[in-house]
Design a protein around this ligand. Structure first.
Ligand SMILES: *Cc1c(COP(=O)(O)O)cnc(C)c1O
Length: 392
């Protein structure tokens, strides 16, 4: 045992503890598509990103089982060696079909997709413009790429234009990257305006649609929800780990661009392919999204019911934040809701900006109307006196 290593770990943990930032894993087992059991309690799941309840869907499980029996538990190698089992092609065709793009490429996860895609497209000669509230893996991908990164105030096309006008000409290429739906706030990016600016200044618009696939724009995500054509947003990445109920990441783009990514993205090349069962489940999920309009519209409809019961404006996604600011208050509210059988996780910095600790509610298709009403009532009664504040 290395004494200095142990001391460094203890030190770091003590500093986190002191700052109230120490995180702990809490074993949580799904019971069915609505209920989770945690700490001896059974709670309604208002926190996971399994928006459509597909993670436990019989058709997905059956597809995964069949792939497991046919191809085994693991891919055996990276996709460029022997790991490109036939299920990948089917999934990529299905994704490109849903998004209306020429092609798709599947990665090991959304995180791996973002750290690989951005470094393929841009380097130190180029500029990345990024929304301040973008997901952490977009920031990591941009940092790894070596490009100059400028962040702009959240959802502000005027700020984007100011930066394009001032800096665009100094760089070879410019990547304009934004969450399609912001993961901690639930609002949508102003994609129509961003697409217009991207056209005008020859920037490449990229969306991270982790929270859009399956739930907005007829299941096709935020580009469709904004009334845009696939060509307006030439780079649409996302994850198979949320509404698709499975695991993996993807980029939908033209065939030339996905070919570029397959050849250059290090997080695609130097990692083992996904287990066949996982790819099969994703394939079944995308088929389901495409064929089941009642399922894919339900989360947003239920979120509307909740928002109106809480006197809040109509939501743009199934994500509803209740911002407290104070971390202790957000944690106390999580506790109070758990007493009522509701699991809503408090989200604290650094996942959200300082002073904006919140409860992040995700409304999901398996919820019943009664679940939503119970949540609305409980939020009305059981919350500490402090009113949730507006998001900063
Ligand atoms: C969850 C998430 C990711 C990461 O996707 P994984 O498949 O879980 O790695 C990327 N971007 C956003 C906006 C996310 O919410």
């Amino acid at each position: 045992m290395t004494a200095s290593l142990e001391a460094a770990a203890r030190d770091a943990l003590a500093r986190l503890e002191w700052a109230g930032r120490r995180r702990q894993l809490t074993p949580t087992a799904p019971r069915d598509d609505r209920w989770l059991s945690r700490g001896g309690r059974v709670l309604v799941d208002f926190s996971s990103n399994d928006y459509l309840g597909l993670a436990r869907d019989p058709a997905l499980r059956e597809a995964a089982r069949a792939a497991l029996d046919r191809y085994g538990a693991g891919a055996g190698a990276s996709r460029l060696i022997t790991g490109d089992h036939p299920l990948y092609g089917e999934l990529e065709r299905e994704l490109a079909g849903l998004k209306g793009t020429g092609s798709a490429v599947v990665f090991g996860s959304g995180y791996l997709a973002n750290i690989g895609i951005i470094g393929t497209l841009v380097d130190r000669h180029d500029l990345v413009l990024a929304d301040k509230l973008n997901h952490a893996c977009l920031a990591d991908g941009a940092a790894l790429s070596g490009a100059r990164v400028l962040r702009y105030p959240h959802g502000d096309p005027d700020a984007v234009e100011a930066r394009l006008a001032r800096y665009r000409h100094r760089y070879r290429h410019c990547l304009l990257v934004t969450d399609g739906i912001f993961s901690m706030d639930g609002d949508r990016a102003p994609l129509a305006e961003l697409a217009e600016l991207a056209r005008h200044y020859d920037a490449w618009l990229m969306t991270d649609d982790a929270h859009g696939l399956g739930v907005v724009g007829d299941g096709a995500g935020s580009t469709a929800a904004a009334g845009l054509d696939p060509g307006d947003v030439p780079l649409q990445m996302g994850t198979l780990s949320k509404a698709a109920g499975s695991y993996g990441g993807y980029l939908c783009a033209s065939a030339t661009v996905t070919e570029w990514v397959r050849n250059r993205a290090r997080s695609f090349i130097y990692t083992t392919g996904l287990p066949p069962a996982t790819v099969a489940a994703s394939h079944a999920a995308i088929q389901r999204v495409r064929s089941d309009p009642a399922l894919r519209t339900r989360p947003l409809a239920l979120a509307q019911r909740l928002a109106s019961a809480l006197d809040r404006p109509p939501p743009e996604s199934p994500i509803l934040p209740l911002v407290f600011g104070d971390e202790a208050q957000a944690l106390a509210a999580q506790q109070a809701l758990a007493e009522e059988g509701l699991l809503i996780q408090a989200i604290r910095p650094p996942t959200v900006p300082k002073g904006s600790a919140r409860l992040r509610i995700t409304v999901r298709a398996p919820h019943t109307e009664a679940d939503i009403d119970h949540l609305a009532d409980t939020l009305g009664q059981a919350l500490p006196a402090s009113q949730p504040a507006e998001a900063p």
